[in-house]
Design a protein around this ligand. Structure first.
Ligand SMILES: C[S@@+](CC[C@H](N)C(=O)[O-])C[C@H]1O[C@@H](n2cnc3c(N)ncnc32)[C@H](O)[C@@H]1O
Length: 193
């Protein structure tokens, strides 16, 4: 049967914590898979903010959302901005109220997309720091890392070191990884204290 994929495991961890009506953030909208998952989980009283630096990614996300019966989904705001600006981009009153924040690092997995446009260590770490301030107590941040592609290996190591150095008083951190396959994508999740 095998273990769950990293993405399914991220969805499981979030599904167990994110409550209907809560706000959530997709820090890397891409093709919108996670945005749709968050919008379904928060439900129609919730709010989702989805960030991506590529307009193409936000168009794909909008198309995916438009295929879904609207009544079941949270209101989704698409932001063509870096996730490192998430604190400035969100209404101030949402600070400390976000139930879940998802990161899926790397490049846009779409036909014709430029695989050189990838997430970068400095902005990723800045966004993760912001995430901890934006989350409510017991809120969760999930990060899918790709050590198997150029640039992704250094970014994954930096995120892992950052997460490992967090004091337990700020949150609890776990790693979900196929340890026989060091190049395979893996997950780091943090539950805020
Ligand atoms: C692996 S994809 C995300 C996959 C997505 N979750 C899905 O369901 O398809 C990574 C995305 O991060 C975006 N990205 C890169 N740097 C970013 C940044 N600084 N802020 C926000 N998004 C960024 C890329 O444009 C790309 O679409």
């Amino acid at each position: 049967m095998g273990f769950m994929s990293v993405l399914s495991f991220a969805h499981k961890l979030i599904g167990e914590r994110l409550q209907p009506g809560e706000p959530a953030i997709d820090a890397t909208a891409g093709t919108g898979q996670d945005t749709l998952f968050l919008a379904r989980t928060c439900g129609r009283r919730g709010q989702v903010y989805a960030f991506d630096i590529q307009s193409e990614a936000l168009a794909l996300t909008r198309q995916r959302l438009d295929r879904e019966p609207e009544a079941r989904l949270a209101e989704v705001t698409l932001l063509e901005r870096s996730h490192s600006e998430m604190e400035e981009a969100l209404p101030r009153e949402l600070r400390g109220t976000i139930g879940a924040i998802m990161f899926n690092l790397g490049y846009l997995p779409a036909e014709g997309a430029d695989a050189n446009v990838i997430t970068l260590t400095d902005s990723t770490l800045a966004a993760l720091e912001s995430s901890l301030r934006l989350l409510r107590p017991k809120g969760i941040v999930t990060t899918v890392l790709y050590p198997g592609h150029a640039g992704g290996d250094a970014e994954a190591s930096a995120v892992e070191s950052w997460a490992a150095s967090l004091p337990p008083s700020s949150g609890q951190t776990i790693v979900y990884r196929q340890i026989q396959k060091p190049a395979a994508p893996y997950l780091i999740a943090i539950e805020k204290k």
